[in-house]
Design a protein around this ligand. Structure first.
Ligand code: ARG
Length: 585
């Protein structure tokens, strides 16, 4: 279905044209005076100059031509030259019915179906998932879902950090703990064991130990660096340990992400890009882009229009090692080969912005991707505690994601049990669903690039701009619908009779516009803002209207069909945010 703004715009165009004015002025926008009108057009003001006329005269000419339009119940010209509009009830109701019966609630297929890579998650293998990775997972998952729902071919890749120093640290710590393992016996000839030499909980202990040790023990650190290099050069025993680390850690990561309702299509990592590095470096040299500087190999990326000086991108260190940028460039080479995406979206901490500016520019300069390829860095801010500093545990340590989720679920569980209307078992289940909404909405409702304060009490509140409030609205509608029984799929929505009802219809009508904009701007917070407004409109309508007590059956069914449509829109939107509603709460 066409967006309501476009339909109104089209109607205005006809009127502008009939009145002898250029149709480029016929643009409808949402009213900024909802007390006066629902939509407005400011085109007469702009046209005044071109036609040497008073804006109000132009507005009046246009209004006269639109007087009989079926789209408007009211269209008026007001000083100094605004065109104010209210939508016709019948027309709006038929738009509602159109949405209710259309696929995807009337969202149109994109003009061009794009292949899109969303690089998000970015967990580091063998290190526990901590809150720092939370935002990448939540925002990325939402962006991926939005793009896919809009009709694009979207591929989500976790892009694991699986090739760094942590691997060498683990190898050396393992050597200190279990020197008898065959991986450390240089003369060993047989097959390496297929069973890993550690469990996930041992692995979770090994890394922090090794990391702490490397900070005080210089020799240990050097050993770890050497082991990392050996692994990267393909040394078989370390490669075998690496495989164990990957298997054990991945199983755990998958479980954790699944608990967040975050699902990746690709579980690739930095290691997968390694085979592409030699060719990439050679190509950069052959094209005359990479040159030596103090032993390292670098590529200039500065552009004339830069407002601050950007350092060259280092693609090889003086000791020959590849870097983070090299690995991201090689990953682009790989992705070009596998998918040739129209668009790349990286959802990563905004402190990595310079890194991505460097990577994108090198990729374009070297022709790995063409100059106008859409490379988006969606940098997110920090999740802070109430003290305004990065969120920590009470003891001041890094909070593990599992712990955080458990705390939220417990808090929601306590709230549900206060009312004591459901069994403990059901409350536990519900708390998980509601807790996830609290966590995700609390995050997504902020513009991604901004820091925000993680405030558990506010996030789990059933009132205000929160996930649980949205769920509560949905659950309430479900319960009214359930009380009525079978409404039938074709129940018709009638023209609104009350102001709150019309307001709800107008809010519902924004749906496709909001979805398209939110995706185009990679801005899930716009969906949050929309469903908050929509929930408020639902609750106002519900408060105003005795739906089930209505005697006119036709009217009652129309109202039920309207709230059902509102619920469908809400449920579609929360699915795009990556959470769902329970049956009761
Ligand atoms: N593993 C990285 C980190 O923890 C994030 C990876 C982001 N994605 C990328 N393509 N560099 O900082």
């Amino acid at each position: 279905m066409k967006k309501i703004l476009d339909l109104i715009g089209k109607e205005l165009k006809t009127a502008f044209e009939a009145a002898g004015y250029d149709t480029s002025y016929a643009k409808a926008v949402l009213s900024n005076r909802p007390d006066l009108c629902e939509y407005q057009c400011n085109g007469a003001m702009a046209a005044a100059k071109a036609y040497h006329k008073k804006p109000i005269d132009i507005a009046q000419d246009v209004v006269a031509k639109a007087a009989d339009s079926p789209v408007f119940s009211e269209i008026t010209a007001v000083m100094p030259g605004f065109i104010n509009m209210k939508l016709d009830g019948q027309w709006l109701a038929s738009y509602m019915n159109g949405m209710a019966s259309a696929e995807k609630l009337g969202l149109e297929e994109p003009e061009k179906k794009e292949t899109v890579i969303v690089d998000y998650g970015g967990a580091n293998v063998a290190k526990p998932l901590h809150v720092g990775h939370l935002r990448a997972a939540i925002i990325g998952e939402s962006v991926k879902r939005m793009g896919r729902f809009l009709g694009h071919h979207v591929i989500g890749d976790v892009h694991l950090g699986d090739w760094g120093l942590q691997m060498g640290l683990i190898i050396e710590e393992l050597r200190d703990r279990q020197p008898e393992l065959p991986y450390f016996d240089e003369g060993f000839q047989g097959e390496y064991p297929s069973e890993p030499p550690f469990t996930i909980s041992e692995l979770e202990d090994i890394y922090p130990c090794a990391s702490a040790k490397s900070k005080v023990d210089e020799a240990f650190r050097e050993r770890a660096q050497t082991a990392t290099l050996k692994l990267q050069n393909g040394y078989a025993p370390y490669r075998a340990i690496w495989n164990h680390i990957m298997n054990v850690s991945l199983a755990d990561l998958k479980k954790n992400y699944a608990n967040l309702n975050v699902h990746f299509d690709l579980w690739k990592g930095e290691s997968d890009a390694q085979p592409y590095i030699p060719g990439l470096i050679q190509d950069l040299i052959d094209k005359g882009l990479a040159y030596e500087s103090q032993g390292a190999l670098v590529v200039d990326i500065a552009e004339e229009t830069d407002t601050k000086e950007l350092p060259p991108c280092i693609v090889r260190k003086s000791d020959g090692a590849a870097l983070y940028a090299t690995s991201d460039l090689a990953t682009i080479v790989e992705r070009e080969q596998d998918f040739k995406p129209d668009k790349y979206i990286y959802v990563v901490d905004k402190r990595q912005e310079l890194h991505f500016t460097q990577v994108f520019r090198v990729a374009k300069k070297a022709g790995i991707v063409d100059k106008d390829r859409d490379m988006i860095f969606l940098g997110f801010g920090t999740m802070n505690g109430k003290d305004g500093k990065p969120f920590k545990t009470r003891e001041g340590g890094v909070m593990r994601l599992e712990t955080l989720i458990r705390e939220i679920d417990d808090a929601v569980f306590d709230r549900i049990m206060e009312n004591r209307t459901v069994s403990e078992e059901e409350a536990r289940e519900t708390a998980k669903i509601v807790g996830l909404s609290a966590l995700k909405y609390g995050d997504l409702s902020n513009q991604a690039s901004k820091d925000y304060v993680f405030d558990i009490d506010r996030f789990i509140s059933f009132e205000g701009n929160t996930g649980p409030y949205i769920l509560y609205t949905i659950v309430r509608i479900k319960s009214i619908l359930a009380k009525y029984g079978d409404l039938g799929a074709d129940a018709q929505i009638l023209p609104a009779v009350t102001e709150a009802e019309k307001a709800l219809q107008l809010e519902i009508a924004k749906y496709n516009e909001v979805l398209e904009t939110s995706y185009a701007e990679t801005a899930p917070h716009k969906i949050c803002q929309y469903i908050y407004d929509l929930s408020n409109a639902c609750n106002r309508f519900y408060h105003d209207t005795k739906i089930l007590a209505e005697e006119n059956e036709e009217q009652k069914k129309s109202w039920l069909a309207l709230i059902r449509l509102a619920k469908d829109v809400l449920e579609t939107c929360i699915d795009l945010l990556g959470f769902e509603a329970p049956e009761r709460m």
